[in-house]
Design a protein around this ligand. Structure first.
Ligand code: C2E
Ligand code: CA
Ligand code: CA
Length: 690
């Protein structure tokens, strides 16, 4: 009967030798079944896939996945109804392996000349695997935090992922079909892109830092990996760009910001949060006609404790002092540590100036009982200066400086506290004197520069020097830059002074190149006032031209407070400067806004960690973690990180262990005048940072 059925299929259907060849050679499984699902015929391809020989198997059951058997019967029945069935199923090989197949069943119920069922099938294991892989790849693509952009061979975008949308601000609908040029920031010249593409075309890959532009016009740096994809014949079919994510960096930044808002030693607010809060308190006071008292507190014997008992006891004392003061103040009040042993207490919305006196007295009392440092009892006292809003000042700077002056008076008179008086202003004769001398300093050639080397921690090479301004006045002797630079800024004298010093520094570094054979860079501190001048970029450009220095050897040191407030204008200026080939660094990082996500809009190269953190590294664990965090995040932003103020080996080792790139500090050398520096550089080869 079975034999009949098989024969029937081929005997009565005009089958030819050609049909047989097709059946035997076709790369598709063909199985013929009778109405009881007995296997009548198995072509060679079906044998190959199922692993059964014709004579080894008599019923289709054995080929089906067990769970699927009843399903299969239903399928055969439905094929019988409509004549055909097509779909995906699972089969089982002789070895027991389950595999997916695409089947096509033809059924002829009432035609004696035809077999009951002809089953065509394809093993689709490979397609499934590829499909799964694609699905997985798609999933990874959409969930990855790296931005991904795929173009076709002509460079038109055919696919982007979710992170791409997040970072660039373009939706996939907006991006697809466009050329990635929509992302170009304008910072890089043609040469840059030529180089990039030649690497991709020749080596198949380019990676590096690139500045791009978001949809809203912001420019930002990204670390990009650009690859070409080729087919089997070696023709490029696609380009894929993957750029590094910014999402988790934002999270880390948040932590940094917290660290940056609180004083790591005492846990009270730091200078930065004081400024922010005080400004808003002043606004409220102005709006509602309130009075406010600012207490400036300085410990009297702190230096003694630090010098004689050691810094760790000094730290304990500061912590204890802030704890005692914190206990006295109300919720609305604020305490902040300015640094060292200086604290500010703000009493908003007071009814009478006397409230300031009460608080000063309470503080003095609370601090008059002894402090236990180790097994020693230590007594300290404080000097407090008080200024009042609005009488002594209507803005933060004036109020703080008035309270500061009052504090000095209290200290000089050995009185526990002092209110600010107008006539304290008169005690500004030194200021007047300095100002007068400063006006003549340039003309009298009283300024000179010293240079402070920067070392690469990996190679121990000196890679650059920072120019530091010095003033030796005939009558006064050396005046510290910390004293005369703010004055030069207030008076506007800083602009001509800066122009002089930048030119001098450029001339000097050219001499150094000639005399030492070391092509190091020169780092120049830029003053906010100078930077904000309309003609700033122009003045830099002129100096570069005049001195004929290669701008690649110049680095300008800026601070956050200088570029953040007018970000858009700053970016414009910085982009212009970068286009000249000059490098940019952020000085004293960690003391200002410390917002890396914000900083990443600026075209910077280098981050200089503020000395205070480096100094605090050994003493307080918190400072070490700030340093660690800054280095890590700096690197994520593709910035090089410099630590300043390195004074000992321990600090150096720690920084090295954290992969800090460069260091600067007295441990290497003090800042040196030109001639000494030249000797130092020439000797350096024989020295090692040990
Ligand atoms: P800065 O830019 O942060 O400069 C670093 C200061 O730290 C320098 O003080 C340097 O002598 C000092 N320093 C470096 N390493 C160490 C160390 O290991 N330990 C310690 N204790 N100090 C270290 P300097 O020269 O007194 O300058 C103070 C500030 O005055 C500078 O801070 C900068 O803000 C300003 N300044 C100096 N020169 C210039 C200048 O040419 N132009 C402008 N606009 N500002 C300048
Ligand atoms: Ca500096
Ligand atoms: Ca600095």
């Amino acid at each position: 009967m079975e034999q009949n059925c098989f024969s029937a299929a081929f005997q009565y259907n005009d089958h030819s030798a050609m049909d047989e060849i097709i059946l035997e050679k076709i790369q598709q499984g063909i199985i013929i079944l009778n109405e009881r699902f007995n296997i009548m015929y198995l072509n060679p391809w079906a044998e190959k896939v199922t692993l059964y020989k014709k004579n080894e198997i008599d019923h289709i059951d054995k080929m089906l996945m067990t769970d699927n058997q009843s399903v299969m019967l239903d399928i055969f029945r439905s094929a019988e109804e409509t004549g055909t069935y097509e779909g995906e199923l699972f089969f089982k090989r002789k070895s027991g392996e389950i595999y997916p197949v695409w089947v096509h069943i033809t059924s002829s119920k009432n035609n004696e000349r035809f077999p009951r069922y002809i089953l065509f099938f394809l093993d689709i294991t490979e397609q499934k695997r590829v499909q799964m892989k694609q699905k997985l790849a798609e999933k990874v693509l959409q969930t990855t935090s790296e931005g991904v952009l795929v173009t076709d061979a002509n460079g038109f975008i055919i696919k982007v992922n979710a992170a791409f949308e997040l970072v660039t601000g373009y939706t996939s609908e907006e991006a697809i079909g466009k050329n990635p040029k929509i992302l170009q920031s304008g910072i890089h010249g043609k040469e840059f892109y030529d180089q990039m593409w030649s690497a991709v075309l020749n080596k198949g890959n380019w990676q590096g830092e690139i500045w791009n532009k978001r949809k809203n016009g912001e420019i930002y740096p990204e670390w990009m990996n650009l690859n070409s994809i080729k087919d089997e014949t070696g023709n490029i079919t696609n380009y894929i760009a993957v750029f590094s994510d910014i999402t988790d960096r934002k999270h880390a930044e948040e932590q940094l910001r917290n660290l940056a808002h609180y004083d790591s030693l005492t846990g009270v607010a730091n200078r930065y949060s004081l400024q922010k809060r005080l400004k808003s308190l002043i606004r409220t006071a102005e709006k509602y006609n309130q009075q406010m008292a600012i207490l400036f507190l300085d410990l009297n014997r702190f230096k003694y404790v630090n010098d004689n008992l050691g810094h760790s006891f000094g730290d304990i004392l500061l912590k204890e002092v802030s704890a005692r003061i914190k206990d006295l103040i109300k919720n609305k009040d604020m305490i902040a540590r300015l640094g060292g042993d200086e604290f500010i207490i703000v009493l908003p919305n007071i009814k009478h100036a006397k409230e300031g006196v009460f608080m000063a007295q309470k503080i003095n009392k609370a601090l008059s009982s002894p402090f236990m440092l180790g097994n020693r009892e230590v007594f300290i006292s404080t000097s407090i200066g008080i200024s009042l809003y609005p009488m002594d000042g209507k803005d933060m700077e004036t109020l703080l400086s008035s309270a500061d002056k009052a504090m000095f008076k209290a200290k000089a008179d050995s009185s526990p506290f002092e209110f600010y008086h107008e006539d304290m202003h008169k005690n500004e004769s030194r200021r007047m004197l300095l100002e007068n001398y400063l006006r003549k300093a340039l003309e009298n050639e009283e300024f000179y520069l010293v240079y402070h080397p920067q070392i690469d921690l990996q190679t121990n090479e000196i890679i650059g020097i920072e120019a530091l301004l010095r003033w030796k006045q005939a009558e006064l002797g050396h005046v510290s830059p910390a004293e005369f630079i703010p004055l030069a800024e207030e008076t506007g004298l800083i602009v001509p002074i800066s122009e002089w010093l930048i030119e001098k520094a450029c001339e000097d570094v050219k001499k150094i190149h000639l005399e030492t054979n070391k092509n190091i860079k020169i780092c120049i501190n830029i003053s906010a006032l100078h930077f904000n001048q309309m003609h700033f970029v122009h003045s830099i450009q002129e100096i570069v031209q005049r001195t004929n220095i290669n701008p690649n050897y110049i680095e300008l040191e800026l601070t956050e407070s200088m570029i953040m407030p007018k970000a858009k204008e700053s970016i414009d200026k910085l982009v212009k400067i970068k286009k000249l080939g000059i490098k940019l660094s952020i000085d004293d990082f960690g003391t200002g806004y410390s917002s890396l996500s914000y900083l990443n809009r600026f075209p910077l190269d280098i981050l200089k960690i503020d000395q205070s953190f480096v100094r605090g590294m050994s003493a307080y664990k918190d400072d070490s973690s700030i340093v660690e965090a800054i280095i890590m995040m700096g690197h994520r932003l593709n910035l090089k990180v410099v630590a300043e103020g390195v004074e000992n080996k321990k600090q150096l080792e720690f920084l090295k262990s954290q992969s800090c790139d460069y260091i600067q500090g007295f441990y290497i050398t003090k800042p040196l005048p030109l001639q000494e520096l030249t000797d130092f550089l020439n000797d350096w080869e024989w020295q090692y940072v040990k």
